[in-house]
Design a protein around this ligand. Structure first.
Ligand code: FPP
Ligand code: MG
Length: 480
């Protein structure tokens, strides 16, 4: 069995909330049932003979069969500085090639209106930062095990962390090969566009990681196409949303089409564990959207319930695709679990920051045409309101305003003037600052998970870790 993610939040972090006696719920949402492990290998050694330099390997087949030799991995200071300054840069050529492949693949559909819709979303210059593909490719490099690295003992499962919505049985996961193929650093060839059809199996581990990156992006974009219909959105990424341009039906079907494409690509990887993980993401996304629209009563005022919704809606995709990337790179169960934890913490940090931005008057949400506190306007309860509410309620001088905000939260800001009043109270209670503090703690948790990984396989892997640390920091520092 491989590690299965458990999405329930328990309190493991006993730091006090800065404003009240809140205990933060930053917990390991996964537990790893044991599976057969290969016998520990005698030495922990790393390889520096496989580098990302152009001379490292001339072809995909060569890169797939490259065998490491033992040597201490050295982090190239220039590569580390570049990765720290711009975490996207290290895998940017591969991500660019992948974006081009996505454009070509989705446009080549027999249904013209779907290809118009998909092309519109994937067109050059309107594709966003490609956070998810970047995460997958960086994690694949970061978790590639060093040659001779002894597999860690399995993590003891914690039944208390099993979430109620976790429907897939961990026993469904097959045992993985005891000696996975060595996962090399990317070569210049890996930045060439892969022109194989989605159904064609990726020829090398690196190409498999790229296929996974593509799947993560397809699922993400499909969810946005559906989300914009649900939200009746006018804009996406500053431009007309597909539903506004081509109608709800086309937007829903285009999303379905991208999910179908993702399914074909997933099948082509031929890894049952990866298939299960990525299928669970789709289930989580739907569960998260339903939870967001149907939360009632105490669920609305609970920070824990809010974070569970954030996991389902945003962090599941990052967590499970990071875990799948680690599995494809040959990481052992423990390292794959740490990759899942990194992805989850990154996702929570990302979503909580997004929710803070929604209330920040200086944020670019406004420049994209969203009103301030658009979430409150849409009846969505997020961290700034919850943290301001709890903080104000805890201080005698502001407790009446805390109660007032709680009343607005409990009715999902549906009364006349509620969103504007909520925005005022959030400002007064310092909700944005508190939410940013919460996001920063999730980013810290992501970095801690990363630092628990076994030694990297090569200099590229070491640089990937620097980039992933920088990514966690960048996600919470963003202003848009
Ligand atoms: C954006 O959230 C939306 C999501 C992160 C997930 C939406 C999921 C679904 C609609 C379920 C269907 C899923 C699939 C895979 C088809 P937001 O509305 O908070 O953010 P926004 O401001 O970017 O719209
Ligand atoms: Mg939306």
């Amino acid at each position: 069995m491989i590690c299965s993610i458990k999405g329930k939040y328990r309190s493991i972090d006993d730091r006090q909330h800065p404003c009240s006696n809140l205990v933060l719920f930053l917990s390991p949402p996964f537990s790893c049932p044991s599976r057969k492990q290969s016998a520990p290998r005698p030495e922990e050694r790393v390889d520096s003979s496989v580098s990302s330099s152009p001379s490292a390997s001339a072809s995909e087949s060569a890169s797939a069969s490259a065998t490491p030799t033992a040597a201490a991995v050295a982090l190239d200071p220039a590569a580390a500085a570049a990765a720290a300054a711009d975490p996207f840069s290290l895998v940017a050529p591969e991500v660019e090639a992948l974006s081009q492949r996505l454009r070509e693949c989705v446009v080549a559909t027999a249904v013209p209106v779907l290809s118009t819709a998909a092309e519109y979303f994937f067109r050059a210059g309107a594709s966003g930062k490609r956070l998810r593909p970047t995460l997958v490719l960086l994690m694949a490099g970061a978790t590639a095990p060093a040659a001779g690295h002894a597999a860690a003992p399995p993590v003891v499962p914690d039944p208390a962390s099993a979430p109620s919505y976790d429907t897939a049985a961990a026993d469904d996961f097959p045992a993985r090969p005891a000696n996975p193929p060595f996962f090399p650093a990317p070569t210049p060839d890996d930045a060439l566009v892969d022109s194989r059809p989605p159904s064609s199996p990726p020829p090398t581990p690196r190409r498999a990681a790229q296929r996974l990156a593509e799947i993560a992006e397809l699922i993400h974009v499909a969810s946005l196409l559906h989300d914009d219909v649900i939200d009746d959105a006018a804009l996406r990424r500053g431009l007309a949303a597909v539903n506004a341009l081509l109608g709800n039906k086309v937007s829903v079907l285009a999303g379905d089409f991208l999910l179908a494409r993702a399914s074909v690509s997933l099948a082509s990887i031929r890894d049952h564990g990866v298939t299960l993980l990525m299928s669970r993401v789709i289930e989580d996304l739907v569960a998260g959207e339903v939870a967001q629209m149907s939360a009632r009563g105490d669920e609305l005022v609970s920070l824990e319930a809010y974070e569970r919704r954030c996991f389902l809606k945003t962090a599941s995709l990052m967590s499970r695709s990071a875990q799948a990337a680690a599995l494809l790179s040959g990481a052992d169960e423990r390292a794959a679990g740490l990759a899942a934890r990194y992805g989850e913490s990154l996702g929570l940090a990302f979503q909580v920051t997004d929710d803070a931005l929604d209330y920040e008057p200086s944020s670019s949400a406004l420049s994209l045409g969203k009103p301030a506190a658009a979430d409150a306007g849409a009846g969505v309860v997020t961290a700034p309101a919850l943290l301001a509410m709890q903080g104000m309620a805890a201080a005698p001088s502001s407790s009446s305003r805390g109660s007032e905000l709680e009343k607005l939260v409990r009715r999902r800001f549906k009364g006349p003037g509620d969103p504007a009043r909520a925005a005022e109270l959030v400002r007064e209670g310092g909700g944005c600052e508190l939410a940013r503090g919460l996001a920063a703690r999730h980013a810290d948790a992501a970095v801690r998970a990363l630092r628990g990984l076994p030694p990297p396989a090569h200099a590229h892997g070491a640089a990937c870790r620097v980039a992933l640390e920088s990514l966690a920091r960048a996600v919470v520092q963003r202003k848009k």
